[in-house]
Design a protein around this ligand. Structure first.
Ligand code: GLN
Length: 488
């Protein structure tokens, strides 16, 4: 059978390039042509074929010289939240239009060291705030499964690019679900590691106590390859980076699932869960039982509180992080202004979109004297209790399974005027984020309108290998992750 580059896995592309049956330049050209042919999706916000091809030529030279890394020549693309020296970085905001970073984010640098070639930068919600990608200053992204629907967010361009086979793998970031939810909505696989395993250096900061980087690809196996390159200590550059050695996440992919205890939180299967999503997940859990896993009912009693807690803590941190965008050092500056204060005001009024402004205001409010104890402090206390609930749950299970989102991807525009409706849809991803746990989403079936349904797996701290193994075994037995949307 002829080698099909469009459908090939990261592992297969890397192997072909290493054996020189395929050149990195050919691989890059193939995906650049697909990106060009599917510009209508609006998944990419920056491409630079010359730069990409220069990187590909360097990868081919490294292969010829025998100095190539494990991902040599594999074409990938980065969420536009990661700063890159060789491509512009906007974070989905008008504030950073045309901005170029003098350095690469650690995640970008580590993947480059492994040999990956950058195809471009991917659209996302402004400063990663959103669940639909509709908050991007550079326009919405279409879901490849249905052009009238959202791809999810905030890593919407990332998920759409993988689903449409515009790149075999990409990076994303997850603060409250931004890798898992778009992966679910676009039928791809994504993993967010334990907080602190991936460096935050060079990720445009949203909520620093929550932000994590991770890969999205078609399979758990491919995610494992990228995650192994991404994770590792970066102690000098990120104060919350963990001194935990780099790990080969591929090593235990084929472990048997016999005896694996899968915790099913009853709060994740309540009234708010749509019937089509529930049906797909029930079938997926049955498949796990067939594979030898045992289902155990568990309780995460504070699940609903995760929404108010997250929507206090994340805006609080954002209001502080985004104070750097004031027109002085970088990014947008208003063309006309009076004194310094006026310059700040006009710059920020022009540069930020509505959702970002809303969060800065909420964040400033909950941190202000007189409200701090009632909101921010209280939220921190409940955050701790949510983390404790998980520790109790992990006494009776090895991984936790549930939905990623209550429904499949909704229609573009359906919730764009209703911030709270967007927030509520984050209910199943926020608890794991607040606890700092690793989590992933894998394709588990299809629901209403033929849209993909994702299964969320949450692990205990440093349980990435266990999650990837559980996902891989499921993908060995099912073909949901191999289905391609029509027209791609
Ligand atoms: N949807 C959530 C929010 O709007 C999560 C976003 C994210 O993980 N970056 O904040």
């Amino acid at each position: 059978m002829a080698f099909d580059l469009t459908q090939a896995s990261v592992a297969a592309i890397a192997a072909r390039i290493q054996s020189r049956e395929l050149s990195a330049v050919e691989a890059a050209q193939h995906f650049l042509a697909r990106i060009e042919a599917h510009r209508g999706l609006n998944a990419f916000v920056a491409v630079d074929p010359e730069e990409t091809l220069a990187q590909a030529r360097a990868a081919d030279a490294a292969v010829a010289a025998g100095t190539a890394g494990p991902l040599a020549g594999v074409p990938i693309a980065h969420k536009d939240i990661f700063v890159t020296r060789d491509f512009p970085t906007t974070a989905g905001s008008k504030m950073l239009k045309g901005y170029r970073s003098p350095f690469d984010a650690t995640t970008v640098a580590r993947l480059a060291t492994a040999g990956a070639v950058t195809l471009g930068k991917l659209n996302c919600d402004e400063f990663a705030m959103g669940s639909s990608n509709e908050n991007s200053a550079y326009g919405a992204v279409q879901n490849p499964w249905d052009a009238t629907r959202i791809p999810g967010g905030s890593s919407g361009g990332s998920a759409a690019a993988v689903a449409a086979r515009l790149a075999p793998a990409v990076t994303g970031t997850d603060t409250g679900g931004s890798i898992r939810q778009p992966a679910a909505f676009c039928g791809v696989t994504g993993i967010k590691p334990t907080y602190g395993r991936a460096s935050r250096y060079g990720m445009v900061a949203f909520a620093s106590s929550l932000d994590q980087a991770g890969p999205m690809a078609r399979s758990a196996e491919d995610c494992a390859l990228l995650l192994s390159a991404i994770c590792g200590p970066d102690l000098d550059r990120d104060s919350t980076s963990l001194d935990r050695p780099t790990e080969d996440f591929g090593r235990s992919l084929s472990d048997r699932l016999e005896g694996l205890r899968i915790g099913v939180p009853k709060e994740f299967f309540g009234d708010g869960l749509a019937a089509d999503v529930r049906a797909a997940l029930d079938a997926a859990l049955k498949e796990y039982e067939k594979l030898g896993a045992r289902l155990v009912e568990i309780s995460l009693p504070r699940t609903e509180l995760a929404i108010p807690v997250y929507y206090i803590i994340a805006p609080a941190e954002a209001s502080s992080n985004l104070s750097r965008f004031d027109g002085v050092k970088f990014g947008h500056r208003a063309a006309q202004y009076g004194d310094l204060l006026d310059m700040y005001k006009k710059t920020r009024a022009e540069g930020f979109g509505d959702e970002v402004k809303r969060r800065i205001m909420v964040g400033t409010y909950v941190l202000s004297h007189g409200y701090y104890d009632a909101y921010y402090l209280k939220a921190q206390q409940i955050r701790r209790m949510i983390a404790d609930d998980f520790q109790r749950a992990f006494q009776s299970c090895d991984v936790i399974a549930g939905p990623v989102a209550p429904t499949v991807a909704w229609k573009l525009g359906d919730k764009s005027d209703d911030p709270v409706a967007n927030y509520l849809a984050d209910i199943y991803t926020l608890p794991g984020s607040l606890a700092g746990l690793p989590g992933m989403s894998l394709p588990a079936g299809f629901g209403e309108g033929g849209m993909p349904v994702g299964l969320q797996l949450l692990g205990n701290y440093f349980g990435e290998a266990k999650l990837l193994n559980a996902a891989h075994r499921f993908q060995q037995a099912t073909d949901f992750h191999l289905r391609t949307p029509e027209g791609f």
